[in-house]
Design a protein around this ligand. Structure first.
Ligand SMILES: [Zn+2]
Ligand SMILES: [Zn+2]
Length: 278
């Protein structure tokens, strides 16, 4: 499969000269089967979703969008997704089952409706359907997808494990493992849901919002340290770890230093605009 990194920033976009090389768009990864001309499965709909429209070369989007959760940095690209907001688009959007029992469209409309935003999900043009991801694996756009609940903060959050029958990608951009305990290094517990999602995966794209020294003060915001992502990848047998969901004020120079520090582990730092072939 081909993996397009359309947005690798966390929390809020980071425009500005200090963020050009790793990018400022929030969470969005688009996947194409190797035999497909264009991406048809999208993980999260942060502002990076805007980058998918030019990748489709003028064609409408016909595919599935899976949301890990409903925080702003994972949904704000939806109404600005030109290839998905046109009469000939066909979009199936799935999100985690909500803790309050709200339906998918109703849950999405909470922050996408007046007065917070001019339009509601139902006003997106094209054929949009809204649903929730269940515990059992689902088939979408030629991929098999498993979702597992993982700890984060503020609302149901899942991680995804996606297979095209040849390669496996694991996606956990927002994950707070310290909720389960301090773990061996104080960066959080290597708990069963995270290990199962990442088991023998070809590529683990994981929350690296924090540096280890920031964990005591900032873990309560709901995120993981870069070094936890590497530890999880090692324990689960992941072949490659990609550090993502960068803190909004983490500059290119700081991310270069992170890349240099973790180079010996084989992990790399996600940069917007990259395409990875699995
Ligand atoms: Zn996030
Ligand atoms: Zn979040």
């Amino acid at each position: 499969m081909r993996v397009y990194l359309c947005g690798v920033r966390g929390s809020t976009p980071s425009p500005g000269a200090e963020f050009l090389r790793y990018g400022g768009h929030t969470s969005c990864v688009a996947l194409a089967r190797e035999d497909a001309a264009q991406p048809a499965l999208v993980l999260d709909a942060g502002t990076g979703l805007r980058r998918l429209t030019p990748l489709l070369g003028g064609a409408p989007f016909r595919g599935t969008i899976l949301l890990t959760h409903l925080h702003w940095d994972h949904v704000q690209g939806l109404p600005f997704f030109a290839a998905g907001d046109r009469p000939d688009a066909r979009v199936s959007l799935l999100l985690p089952e909500q803790e309050d029992g709200a339906g998918a469209e109703q849950a999405l409309a909470k922050n996408m409706s007046p007065p917070s935003f001019p339009i509601e999900p139902s006003e997106l043009r094209g054929e949009w359907t809204f649903g929730t991801v269940a515990a059992r694996p689902l088939e979408a756009e030629g991929f098999t997808v498993e979702a597992r609940r993982i700890p984060h903060k503020g609302g149901a959050t899942v991680g995804y494990r996606v297979s095209d029958g040849h390669s496996v990608l694991t996606y956990m951009p927002d994950h707070c493992p310290t909720v389960c305990g301090p773990g061996p290094e104080g960066w959080g517990e290597y708990h069963p849901a995270a290990l199962d999602l990442a088991r023998d995966t070809d590529l683990l794209i994981h929350d690296a919002f924090l540096m280890p020294a920031e964990v005591p003060e900032l873990a309560a915001f709901g995120h993981a340290a870069a070094d936890y992502a590497i530890g999880l990848g090692q324990r689960a047998g992941a072949r490659h770890v990609l550090l993502a969901h960068h803190k909004p004020d983490r500059t290119d120079d700081e991310l270069d230093r992170l890349a240099a520090r973790v180079a010996g582990t084989g992990a790399t730092v996600a940069a917007e605009g990259a395409m990875i072939r699995l």
